[in-house]
Design a protein around this ligand. Structure first.
Ligand SMILES: [Zn+2]
Length: 222
């Protein structure tokens, strides 16, 4: 799949000494030392603005805006431009773990209707988890299995044990991973290190993968 990209974009390091990410011929080039998440945030602001809340349409200052995952992270939503919208704190916290579509419906309901909707919604989320259903558009996930893609990444990097335990808990309870791992067009890992680590430790071969065809990690330090 391709992520949404603006026509022009350049992200520098803090001292503006070197480029960390840029767009060239429609491909996002991202240096190995750049944070993928931060790059996605900056790209989203570039595409969708910094000041206007997608949900209540009010204008805010920079610091009042967050980025909301349209499909929430705990329901498999990746941190990519296609899945992010600027949102104020209030709307983001009210939306909680609903999708954008569900939240827009919910907003229109009466107080009584909201209670009922929320009860059904919680049941629905559990059903999806228990049945190994990821709620992503079908064309986002790669048809290739993770074993068919050479996933390149560094196993020796540091990670938080608490994050590992969270994945472990989810996997033990539901028998699958909560979200796909993300790789660039050449199989370089962009997100999902902990899931991959857990899969390696337990010899699990079934991991959902998203291949971002218009993203390329630049490995050499220029
Ligand atoms: Zn808002």
């Amino acid at each position: 799949m391709n992520i949404d990209l603006p026509e022009n974009f350049t992200m520098y390091d803090e001292r503006k000494r070197k480029k960390l990410a840029w767009i060239e011929d429609g491909i996002l080039k991202i240096k190995i030392e750049a944070s993928f998440r931060k790059t996605m945030y900056e790209l989203t602001y570039e595409l969708k603005g910094r000041n206007n809340c997608f949900y209540c349409k009010k204008d805010f200052n920079d610091d009042k805006m967050t980025l909301d995952h349209m499909i929430p992270q705990e329901r498999g939503g990746p941190t990519i431009t296609n899945n992010l919208v600027p949102s104020c704190h209030e709307c983001n916290s009210k939306k909680s773990n609903m999708t954008t579509e569900q939240f827009l419906k919910y907003k229109e309901l009466t107080q009584e209707g909201k209670k009922e909707y929320y009860k059904n919604f919680k049941r629905y989320v559990n059903y999806m988890k228990e049945n190994e259903l990821l709620e992503l558009p079908p064309n986002w996930l790669s048809k290739k299995k993770v074993t068919e893609i050479i996933v390149r990444f560094d196993f020796s990097q540091e990670y938080k044990k608490s994050k590992y335990r969270k994945i472990e808990k989810f996997y033990k309870e539901y028998g699958h991973f909560p979200k796909p791992i993300l790789v660039d067009k050449y199989g370089f890992l962009l997100d999902g290190f902990i899931s991959l680590m857990y899969a390696k430790d337990h010899n699990i071969r079934k991991i959902p993968v998203m291949v971002l065809e218009n993203v390329e990690v630049i490995q050499q330090k220029i």
